[in-house]
Design a protein around this ligand. Structure first.
Ligand SMILES: Cc1ncc(COP(=O)(O)O)c(C=O)c1O
Length: 388
């Protein structure tokens, strides 16, 4: 079935944070400002997800969920088919989203006051999750090489205090969409082994890769890191079902798994029926939709990248995966406040502002390109008028 990603969907009254938070976050109107911040797409998920939910509504039975085995089996099959990674079903536990899974992991493998390493700029919620769990985020800046990020292992070595217990690594990286090469993943594992640091590998964006790039699952690339790694993933970014808040924590090592399980049990392990049903339907029957989505997004990415490159003093990172374009406005030499004004008031476009992603990203903004082409063109027009 051909999916029409250009179809207009009236989602303004669908209780979406994407629109409903525009006023409180940006002080502007959701009907006039183009919302390009949160990582929701403008598209319906695969029909299989909608049909599965419709069946649920029809039978009207909403008791505690009892089909975890089938769910985990769908994760296993997906990992094999899309990532050529053989996992065992017992490695998997269902969590209420990746952030929630990471929060439990922080409690399981560190104590209040311990440091958690992050390569910044990085997905902003990690900072909050670390802080809210009374751990301390320690930012190590990524370095820019040829319009993309690289890990600066020398800087990492220099900054080590000995209090670091965990590193949260985002693969592929958000923002900027960097797909890490195997050498980087191997060096990271060696570094963590040497310094006794547990690796939290957030691979939530792993399915959203463009045609010329391949993402390699960390533990497939570096299987010997199994005894110090916890991997987090979900179908929510891939299939645009973030509201179902269901993800999977994958821990091959039995000792680490039992430590994590204890913390997980303390919070209650019962999954969300609707999230389980949506995710399983997406994994089992959503593959063709995903291939078409990536084709559409690749065009969006190319159009946006070309447009940004034509602007004076604006630099855009080469997006290797995900639909979250990372744009550097620092050559404009203006204050953060002025940049916000130009984007929100003058252009009428609301991206995620860079400062949330780390100390050095004040003059950056992240734009969600997973929108209809018509909206993308409108946003580009507005940005061009403002920044040319
Ligand atoms: C890297 C990364 N991790 C985690 C999340 C959030 O995951 P969840 O909604 O499952 O908590 C996001 C959302 O954009 C993300 O980009």
């Amino acid at each position: 079935m051909i999916v029409n990603f250009d179809k207009y969907i009236d989602s303004r009254h669908a209780k979406l944070s994407k629109f409903d938070s525009i006023e409180s976050l940006y002080g502007t109107n959701k009907d006039t400002c183009i919302s390009m911040w949160v990582a929701d797409m403008d598209f319906n998920p695969p029909q299989s997800v909608i049909t599965a939910l419709q069946k649920e509504v029809t039978h009207g039975v909403f008791g505690y969920y009892g089909s975890n085995k089938s769910f985990v089996n769908s994760v296993k099959i997906w990992m094999k088919r899309r990532h050529d990674w053989d996992i065992s079903e017992e490695w998997c536990s269902v969590v209420h989203g990746v952030n929630s899974g990471i929060g439990m992991g922080l409690r399981a493998f560190s104590a209040p006051g311990d440091e958690v390493l992050l390569f910044s700029p990085i997905y902003y919620s990690f900072f909050n999750t670390i802080k809210n769990n009374e751990r301390v985020a320690k930012e190590i800046p990524l370095k820019v090489v040829n319009d993309q990020y690289e890990v600066d292992f020398n800087e990492l070595d220099k900054r080590l205090s000995g209090k670091e217990k965990i590193i949260i690594f985002c693969s592929p990286h958000n923002p900027g969409g960097k797909i890490w090469d195997i050498e980087t993943l191997t060096t990271l594992a060696d570094f963590c082994r040497k310094n006794d640091i547990i690796i939290f590998m957030d691979e939530i964006h792993h399915d959203l890769t463009y045609s010329d790039k391949t993402h390699t699952t960390f533990l497939k690339a570096v299987p010997e890191a199994e005894d110090m790694s916890v991997l987090f993933t979900a179908a929510t970014k891939t299939f645009n079902i973030a509201g179902c808040h269901t993800g999977t924590t994958i821990i091959p090592n039995p000792k680490l798994r039992s430590i994590y399980d204890q913390e997980h049990a303390a919070f209650g392990k019962t999954p969300n029926r609707f999230g389980m049903i949506m995710t399983e339907a997406a994994y089992r029957e959503g593959e063709e939709w995903l291939d078409q989505l990536m084709h559409y997004l690749e065009k969006n990415k190319n159009i946006f990248t070309t447009a940004m490159k034509s602007l004076n003093k604006v630099k855009v990172f080469d997006l290797e995966s995900t639909y979250l374009a990372w744009v550097d406005f620092s050559k404009l030499n203006i204050s953060e406040e002025k940049l916000r004004n130009m984007l929100i008031e003058e252009a009428g476009v609301a991206p995620s502002f860079g400062s949330g992603f780390g100390k050095a990203a004040r003059n950056f903004a992240r734009f969600n390109l997973a929108c209809r082409r018509e909206i993308l063109d409108l946003a580009i027009n507005r940005l061009t008028k403002t920044f040319l």
